[in-house]
Design a protein around this ligand. Sequence first.
Ligand SMILES: C[S@@+](CC[C@H](N)C(=O)[O-])C[C@H]1O[C@@H](n2cnc3c(N)ncnc32)[C@H](O)[C@@H]1O
Length: 252
Amino acid sequence: MNPGFLTSLYEGTNPGFAFLPNLPEVRINVVSMFPSFFDGPLQTSIVGRAIADGALEVSLIDLRQHGIGKHKQLDDSPFGGGPGMVMMVEPLAEALRPLAETHRVLFTPSGEPMTQGTLDRWAALSDLTLVCGRFEGVDQRVIDRHIDQEISLGDYVLAGGEVAAAAAIEGVARLLPGVVGNPESTERESFRDGLLEEPVYTRPAKHPDGDVPEVLLSGDHGRIEEWRHQQRLDRTKSRRPDLLSNGTDSDS
Ligand SMILES: C[S@@+](CC[C@H](N)C(=O)[O-])C[C@H]1O[C@@H](n2cnc3c(N)ncnc32)[C@H](O)[C@@H]1O
């Protein structure tokens, strides 16, 4: 880990970016109580490379810096009673005010599902802001006035929005030009035509755990394509029939 790199990222003033020849394809601002959560994800594999190559810029905004009073308070008990705490309007409004021109997303289980279509659209934006909730949720006035889109990672409840934001950053990064070596990789994969991907194999062709289907060794590209399509259909029918009834990716 390079602590200097991370500190400057937190402050949004990474000096490394000053030497990049081009503006990034996408700049992602992340508002979080726990910016250090992103230390690993932002330096690893495809995301790390996208940032190093200048295709992606990520700016981490530490919500605690906008907390109220000596204790930098961020949450308070809910009006009307009930369990848990609610994220207060002032710190979030303050953090989001300079980002009013960006597309502002709040992660919440109540949002629309994040799909490949969602990521395709975000990858085409120049400025995206991801807001990570914590506690029982966020004061509704923040959502009404400062959020453009509410997105869910799935039908389950996590402790915070950071995992969803990391997933979104990785999903967007791999769509940016030049980030994935062969662009066909992101064009021929699950969800692109409303189907799941077919099973894939590599060497060796024969193994005690099983042999590779003969058709893939045949060199007959027509038969291979036909087999692959049938496999995609069968797999989607048995595992995700909802995708077939939706036609294609419903969020695109
Ligand atoms: C403990 S959760 C709050 C759950 C909320 N009380 C509810 O019942 O919907 C705290 C934060 O985690 C994030 N979160 C939890 N599950 C999520 C999901 N499935 N998708 C996106 N964000 C999620 C949200 O930002 C949320 O504000």
